[in-house]
Write a protein that binds this ligand. Structure first.
Ligand SMILES: Cc1cc2nc3c(=O)[nH]c(=O)nc-3n(C[C@H](O)[C@H](O)[C@H](O)COP(=O)(O)OP(=O)(O)OC[C@H]3O[C@@H](n4cnc5c(N)ncnc54)[C@H](O)[C@@H]3O)c2cc1C
Length: 386
């Protein structure tokens, strides 16, 4: 186990879990957990060692997200979203002096990065923008009606998608790194949601400006396909399974208590617990295999660009989000009223509310429609374990 995972686990158990209910009740930013993660220097671990970071792999981040998901879903989601942004700058900003300097600052000051991809008028289609970057004399400005920016009030920098120029088509996009002193936010829609309440995902009118060098030169299409999409689906899946795992732990504790009461009778919930464990085992195996697939593909852009890779990453997201929701539902069924009551140690109400964000956080129907359109071009894989 990495020392990063040990530290993150300790933050999860000692800090994030302790404040999770209050964060949820007041829909507030999990400041205690994020302060502890910063104190442990866990925000810059994915930055390469050449820029002062820890050079952590995506596997390290996935393991941390799974651990945090068991303690506080909002903390885990914030950490995951931050690392998604970091991975984009690390992989695609490496040739730019501005972005390398920014990464050094990120490590030194433990900057928290947030994402402004969603936009009013385009729904959840991240591969299309209405707003545009306007450049003049080495500087840029842009204005965006951002329907959702999680933890924007507590972030130190944003990654914003926009059309490359005002003349560009909707899909000719770039992504821009904007530190806190380069943008203003006007809150439009407050975040009072079913779950993931601590992500504080309010809607904002965003105005940003800065040096043209802050725009990542690589087309956003590539940033999204090679880094943002696979990283998102891997780290999200990890934390959703973390939520499910904690719910299952409660269900197991409930079954154990039942068994103690009536030692000669197998508790009714045991069968359901077994079935839920099978679902979890399959989902975790898929996540581990997808992780391996991504780490192998990272060595070659050709592999990252294949349809099979894109479909595998989409299938991972749709599959784990569905499984996580199902497993938490099974945990509720096992615990019964004890799982339903907010005042019970077996309560899975918050797990249930938080985990339901999984299937709509980039809507599964949208992803399925996208994968469905690729089916005629796909081939069955003739090899297994080759
Ligand atoms: C907890 C949480 C945190 C988030 N944080 C951020 C953040 O920090 N930054 C950010 O930018 N975004 C964030 N988002 C937004 C997220 O990434 C998606 O953009 C958003 O969930 C999609 O919203 P939607 O359902 O309104 O849009 P859509 O995906 O457009 O879905 C709307 C409806 O259209 C249907 N639909 C499905 N497929 C299609 C299709 N092909 N064409 C048209 N309609 C279709 C869907 O079924 C659905 O009924 C967050 C979301 C959540 C839940």
């Amino acid at each position: 186990m990495s020392s990063w995972l040990t530290a993150a686990r300790a933050v999860g158990v000692a800090v994030a879990a302790r404040h999770a209910a209050d964060v949820d009740r007041h829909a507030r930013f999990p400041q205690e957990a994020l302060a502890a993660l910063k104190e442990q220097k866990l925000l810059g671990i994915m930055v390469p060692q050449s820029e002062g970071g820890g050079g952590a792999s995506i596997s390290d981040i996935v393991a941390i997200c799974y651990a945090l998901g068991q303690s506080c879903a909002s903390t885990a989601m914030i950490y995951a979203m931050h690392q998604i942004q970091v991975s984009c700058v690390v992989r695609h900003g490496v040739r730019s002096a501005w972005h390398r300097a920014f990464l050094k600052r990120l490590v030194g000051e433990q900057l928290l990065l947030a994402s402004a991809t969603s936009e009013a008028g385009i729904g959840g289609d991240v591969r299309s923008s209405l707003c545009a970057v306007e450049e003049h004399a080495g500087r840029f400005s842009l204005a965006k009606e951002a329907t959702v920016i999680s933890y924007a009030d507590d972030a130190d920098a944003l990654l914003v998608t926009a059309r490359r120029t005002p003349q560009s088509t909707g899909s000719d996009q770039v992504i821009v790194v904007v530190p806190r002193d380069g943008y203003s936010l006007e809150r439009q829609q407050p975040w009072d949601a079913l779950g993931m309440r601590g992500t504080c995902s309010h809607g904002y009118r965003l105005a940003a400006r800065g040096e043209s060098a802050q725009v990542i030169a690589v087309p956003y299409a590539d940033v999204q396909a090679y880094t943002m999409l696979p990283t998102s689906h891997l780290v999200w899946s990890a934390l959703w399974l973390g939520i499910a795992s904690d719910a299952l732990a409660k269900a197991r504790a409930f079954v154990r208590a039942e068994a103690k009461l009536k030692p000669k009778v197998t508790p009714t919930g045991s069968l359901r617990l077994t079935q839920a464990s099978i679902l979890m085992q399959a989902a975790k195996s898929t996540l581990a295999a997808s992780l391996r697939q991504y780490e192998t593909a990272l060595t070659s852009e050709d592999k990252l660009a294949t349809l099979a890779f894109a479909v595998a990453m989409n299938n991972l997201k749709v599959g784990t989000s569905q499984t996580a929701v199902r497993v938490v539902g099974e945990a509720l069924q096992i615990c019964g009223l004890a799982g339903y009551r907010n005042d019970s140690p077996f309560c899975v109400a918050q797990h249930l509310r938080d985990v339901h964000s999984a299937t709509i956080m980039v809507n599964n129907d949208r992803i399925l429609a996208n994968t469905a359109s690729l089916q005629p071009a796909l081939r069955e894989d003739p090899d297994f374990l080759a």
